[in-house]
Design a protein around this ligand. Structure first.
Ligand SMILES: Nc1ncnc2c1ncn2[C@@H]1O[C@H](COP(=O)(O)OP(=O)(O)OP(=O)(O)O)[C@@H](O)[C@H]1O
Ligand SMILES: [Mg+2]
Length: 493
């Protein structure tokens, strides 16, 4: 965790933090019924992170308009042409300006089209402007609905595609989607599935609960607990939050929502006649009500100018101790997943490339986060684990062998280290079959081929004693194995 912002407290009263840097690459989904506290949660997240990262808030209800006054976000009312919105979006990325994109007052169709234009504008920014940015979408089911609705097909198509781009392909462009929805079942599956972090609030409907359980990898019975959550209480899970489901009570906020919780108010104590007068008197002469125009409409040019001078967020200092602890946890998880592959009786005979997709799935399920080893790194780790070794051992001598192994192709490094280990310990040289197995093959001739390959490149020298047993020398390391039968049974068989 590099920049941990405090979301709230656990049941034990401990602070619950969100790793902002991890969030940037692993995205967040918030779900909970109306009144469960999602908008409050988003507000808390936005307030706490405002000083660290650029933010764009897609705001269907005009709920976040007040943010501008407190945090300097530029409020952009959405009633503009697609071209204007896209120009504004490009400027936002260039100048790293935080903004509220206010869709209040537009009908559903126009809301979808405007949000789509805005998101595509952010997405299509020039490569040199791909600065990290949180993109918060409240009421995300409006923009990425799962089923058909009365909205025109065209609006649905552009909006869904913009949301899919944000959640599926936004990471490389620096866009981190944070989406909130009342009804998980109403949110397009592919959009929800791209978030690796979840905050689940009170949920009543079985169909939403089932989707939540599915996303979180919980059984339905565990997910039943979502029914009993109070307003403002969520269950957090994900690489940026917690590796196990963690209940959290969201902390207080500084800015106020315009749309507070409605409070009961007794009707005025008036007689029927009085009420009738109030409703019908002078009705003919009263001017018709003006449609509300809650947001001041600013000219596009004026907004573009404001964006030029918007203050960019200041990067926060990195806490090395916290970062090291987080890295160690990630390392332990990856090592454990690799060990599981080695323990699988069939896995030793499948190539690292064939196993890699499974590895990625495991990393995702175990919430390793964004820094997952790439194929080359996975191949190397797998090879070392297959040889029954730990490349991270502290021993200085051993580290010299690890350094030498790095000069070999990844899939051979484990074989070399298996031999080197025997050399270091003065143990018998491993049999051909053991070498082959460490390489992912059943064929002893593969083991002999590996020895020849490494010998030709000067990594080791093979000799035979008078009984035909093999001795392997490591000239640069100064080690030698004891004699071992090349046809002997591998130790693990
Ligand atoms: N953690 C909290 N602490 C104190 N008050 C909270 C908290 N969370 C929510 N509230 C209050 O509860 C009410 C409902 O919260 P909020 O508007 O965030 O719900 P919501 O999930 O966004 O609902 P909707 O889906 O209808 O928009 C608000 O008045 C809010 O101030
Ligand atoms: Mg809300």
């Amino acid at each position: 965790m590099k920049i941990g912002i405090e979301l709230g407290t656990s049941t034990a009263g401990q602070p619950v933090r969100l790793d902002l840097e991890e969030l940037l690459s692993t995205r967040l989904l918030v779900q909970g019924n109306s009144g469960s506290g999602k908008s409050h949660l988003l507000r808390r997240l936005l307030e706490q992170s405002a000083g660290h990262v650029q933010q764009a808030i897609i705001d269907p209800e005009g709920d976040f308009v007040g943010f501008g006054e407190r945090f300097g976000h530029v409020v952009i009312d959405a009633e503009r042409t697609v071209g204007e919105i896209q120009r504004i979006a490009a400027r936002i990325r260039r100048h790293r300006a935080s903004v509220v994109f206010n869709l209040e007052g537009l009908d559903a169709d126009a809301q979808m089209r405007s949000a789509a234009a805005f998101l595509s504008g952010l997405f299509d920014a020039d490569r040199e402007h791909w600065y990290p940015m949180l993109v918060i979408v409240d009421e995300a089911q409006l923009f990425a609905p799962s089923g058909a609705s009365e909205i025109s097909d065209e609006a649905r198509r552009v909006s869904l595609s913009a949301m899919t781009n944000l959640m599926c392909r936004g990471r490389k462009r620096g866009l981190a989607g944070v989406i909130a929805t009342q009804r998980l079942a109403k949110l397009a599956k592919n959009v929800a599935a791209e978030a690796s972090n979840f905050l689940m609030g009170r949920t009543f409907l079985d169909i939403d609960m089932a989707r939540a359980a599915d996303l979180l990898g919980m059984d339905k019975r565990q997910a039943e607990s979502f029914r009993d959550l109070n307003t403002g209480s969520f269950v957090a899970l994900g690489p940026a939050l917690s590796r196990r489901p963690l209940p959290v009570k969201i902390g207080h906020v500084e800015t106020a929502s315009r749309n507070g919780r409605p409070e009961l108010m007794p009707p005025p104590e008036l007689g029927t006649a009085q009420i009738q007068d109030l409703i019908f008197d002078d009705l003919a002469t009263e001017p018709p009500p003006q449609p509300a125009r809650p947001v001041e409409r600013r000219a596009t040019e004026e907004i573009l100018e404001t964006l030029e001078v918007a203050p960019a967020p200041v990067p926060a200092p990195v806490d090395p101790a916290v970062a090291a602890a987080f890295d160690a946890e990630r390392e332990a998880l990856v090592a454990e997943i690799v060990r599981q592959f080695v323990a699988d009786p069939e896995a030793p005979f499948r190539s690292a490339a064939a196993l890699y997709p499974d590895f990625l799935v495991h990393c995702r399920v175990r919430r390793v986060g964004s820094r997952v080893p790439d194929l080359a790194e996975f191949t190397r780790r797998l090879a070392i684990a297959r040889a029954g070794l730990d490349a991270r051992a502290e021993d200085e001598d051993w580290q010299r062998a690890v350094a030498q192994a790095a000069g070999l192709p990844e899939e051979m490094q484990g074989v070399f280290l298996l031999l080197a280990r025997a050399g270091m310990d003065g143990a018998p040289s491993p049999a051909d079959e053991a070498l082959a197995r460490a390489y992912g093959s059943r064929s002893p001739s593969r083991g002999r081929w590996l020895l020849t390959y490494m010998e030709e490149r000067g990594h080791l020298v093979c000799e035979a004693d008078f009984r035909g047993r093999r001795v392997v020398r490591f000239p640069t390391l100064g080690w030698k194995t004891a004699p071992g039968d090349p046809k002997g049974l591998p130790a693990s068989a």
